[in-house]
Unconditional design. Structure first.
Length: 191
């Protein structure tokens, strides 16, 4: 199954480019978000943190997950809106996490975009009854279930059962729902 959402390819391209630049020039040191107690006014980091990945496994898992999970959204949402929505949700999540884990030295990863999109998909199921239902047993359904399970068992550093990872994903999912409700109401009015 092919994903026709161009902005998803853009997001994957940005993730890969930032990963390569980080490997070559260690740009992550300027892009990681930090806990609010250790942050020194570089608030742009809450935006840039969701473009960073710690290793190739982390990067590949997120690239594959966002590609396959968003296949469900083909022709259901504007790609530019989806990109802005996911990055906005990720930025809000990173900021909330910075308050919860206020001494954290680094906050990063694209999974916050993906869990927000999962929240949006759930929101669509309830607010738009005319939409094609989300189905398990499909590429997107299987990837979503696998990603939700594995993404909460293992973090980007391949550390098992990291509670902060589960908290981050949970917050991202809730932010995705919270911003998904007004987004769906706006887009449903236009139809």
């Amino acid at each position: 199954m092919k994903n026709s959402i161009v902005s998803i390819y853009a997001m994957i391209g940005i993730w890969i480019a930032v990963y390569i630049l980080d490997q070559l020039f260690n740009i992550g040191q300027w892009l990681f978000a930090k806990g609010i107690s250790v942050e020194r006014g570089a608030i742009y980091r809450y935006f840039t943190a969701s473009f960073l990945h710690t290793n190739i496994v982390h990067l590949l898992a997120n690239c594959l997950a966002i590609y396959f999970i968003t296949i469900y959204l083909n022709h259901k949402i504007n790609g530019a809106v989806l990109l802005i929505y996911s990055v906005l949700c990720a930025t809000i999540t990173n900021l909330v996490i910075a308050f919860i884990y206020n001494e954290s030295e680094y906050i990063f990863g694209g999974s916050v975009c993906i869990f927000a999109i999962i929240g949006l998909i759930l929101t669509m199921q309830f607010l738009n009854p005319g939409i094609e239902p989300f189905r398990l047993g499909t590429w997107y359904g299987n990837w979503m279930i696998g990603y939700v399970i594995l993404g909460n068992i293992m973090n980007g550093d391949l550390k098992l059962f990291d509670v902060s990872c589960m908290v981050t994903h949970g917050i991202s999912f809730v932010v995705g729902i919270a911003l998904g409700v007004p987004l769906m109401r706006i887009t449903m009015r236009r139809e």
